[in-house]
Design a protein around this ligand. Structure first.
Ligand SMILES: [Ca+2]
Ligand SMILES: [Ca+2]
Ligand SMILES: [Ca+2]
Ligand SMILES: [Ca+2]
Length: 319
C-alpha cells in the first residue's frame, strides 16, 4: 500500500468526491485491466448485498450481517433493489492538447441502487450544476466521508463547481430535486421532498486506481445521496445554456463541435470559429430610459445570417 501513499495525501487533501486527475499523481502505478477489476468489484458488491441487511434512517444508514429472520438488501422488499447498466462517461482534460479526451473504458457496468425517495422536483441534465449532500461507506460498513450540508458540483468542473465521480453523477438521473426549498427565516432551510438514492459503485466508475486518503485503489463504494436542487449550466459562460449547445439534439454534448476545433460547443467560446466570440455575436444594443444598453438575445431570438438556416453564433458566414 505504501506506493499509494503520496497520491493519497495529495488527492485526499480535499473532499473525497473530487476526481483525482493523473496530473496530481506523483506516483506511477500501472492501471489494472478495467474488465478484470469490474468482475471482482461486482462479485464483492453482490456478496455484500446478499450478506447484509440495511436500516435506512433519516440521517444515515446501518448495515448488519444477515441473521435468521432478517432479510438481506438483495431480498428485502421495502426499497426494491434496482440496477442499471452504465458506461464510464469520464473525459479528462489534457493540458498538452488543451482539449478534453474520452477515457478509454469499454466495460458495461451494472450499478445497483435503492431509491429511498424519488423526489418531487426535476431531474437535472448530466452536465448541470447540482447541489447534493452525501455520506460515503465502504463495503466494510464504515463511513469514510460525509457532507451533510451539501455542495455544488457540475461536469466537467468549472467556476466554483467541483467535479464528481461518474457513478455518483450518473445515478442522479434516477431521482429528482426537492419540490421546494423553504427559507425558515433563521438562516436555515427546509428541503421538501428531495430525491434520495443509495448506490453501490464499482471502482471503475469511482476512483479506480487512484487511492484516496481513506479509500484504497480498486475499491467499490456505497453512496447515500440526497439531491437537493439544481441550476442549468452554461459551462463556457458564452450566454448559451448547455442544453442549447446540443446542436444535433441527441443528449450528448461532447459530439457537437461546429467549427471542428476539438472543443465541443458547450466548452467553446467561439462556437463557429469565425474569430468573434459567441457572446459578442448574441449581444445587441437597445435604448432604455434614454441610454444605450447592451443585452443578450434569449436563445429563441438569436437571428440567422442573411440566407442562413442556423443561428448566427454557429454560422461562420456572419457575426
Ligand atoms: Ca454555453
Ligand atoms: Ca468547437
Ligand atoms: Ca459555446
Ligand atoms: Ca463566432
Amino acid at each position: 500500500m505504501k506506493r499509494f501513499f503520496i497520491s493519497a495525501v495529495i488527492c485526499g487533501s480535499s473532499l473525497l468526491l473530487w476526481n483525482c486527475k493523473p496530473d496530481d499523481d506523483t506516483t506511477t502505478v500501472a492501471d489494472r485491466d478495467r474488465q478484470e477489476v469490474y468482475n471482482e468489484d461486482l462479485n464483492d458488491i453482490e456478496t455484500f448485498l446478499k450478506g447484509n441487511s440495511i436500516k435506512i434512517n433519516e440521517k444515515n444508514i446501518e448495515f448488519t450481517a444477515v441473521e435468521s429472520g432478517s432479510a438481506s438488501i438483495w431480498d428485502q422488499s421495502e426499497y426494491p433493489l434496482q440496477s442499471i447498466n452504465l458506461k464510464n462517461d469520464t473525459y479528462n482534460y489534457s493540458s498538452s492538447t488543451g482539449k478534453y479526451e474520452k477515457l478509454t473504458d469499454n466495460v458495461d457496468y451494472k450499478v445497483y441502487y435503492l431509491i429511498v425517495n424519488e423526489g418531487g422536483g426535476e431531474t437535472p441534465m448530466i452536465h448541470d450544476n447540482v447541489f447534493t449532500s452525501y455520506t460515503g461507506y465502504s463495503l466494510d460498513k464504515t463511513s469514510f466521508d460525509t457532507y451533510p450540508f451539501g455542495f455544488w458540483s457540475a461536469y466537467p468542473s468549472y467556476s466554483s463547481y467541483t467535479e464528481i465521480i461518474s457513478g455518483y453523477r450518473q445515478i442522479l438521473q434516477q431521482i429528482k430535486t426537492a419540490s421546494a426549498i423553504v427559507d425558515n427565516g433563521d438562516g436555515t432551510y427546509t428541503h421538501e421532498n428531495p430525491g434520495r438514492v443509495i448506490v453501490f459503485i464499482p471502482s471503475g466508475l469511482g476512483y479506480f486506481s487512484s487511492a484516496q486518503s481513506s479509500i484504497g485503489a480498486y475499491t467499490p463504494l456505497i453512496f447515500d445521496i440526497t439531491l437537493i436542487t439544481s441550476k442549468e449550466a452554461d459551462h463556457d459562460n458564452d450566454g448559451i445554456l448547455d442544453k442549447y449547445e446540443d446542436v444535433n439534439n441527441n443528449g450528448n454534448l461532447w459530439d457537437d463541435d461546429t467549427d471542428g476545433d476539438g472543443k465541443p460547443n458547450f466548452l467553446d467560446l467561439d462556437d463557429d470559429g469565425d474569430g468573434y466570440t459567441t457572446r459578442e455575436e448574441i449581444t445587441y444594443t437597445t435604448e432604455e430610459n434614454g441610454e444605450t444598453v447592451k443585452k443578450l438575445y434569449s436563445f429563441d431570438q438569436i437571428p440567422t445570417c442573411d440566407g442562413g438556416t442556423v443561428k448566427k453564433h454557429i454560422d461562420k458566414n456572419c457575426h
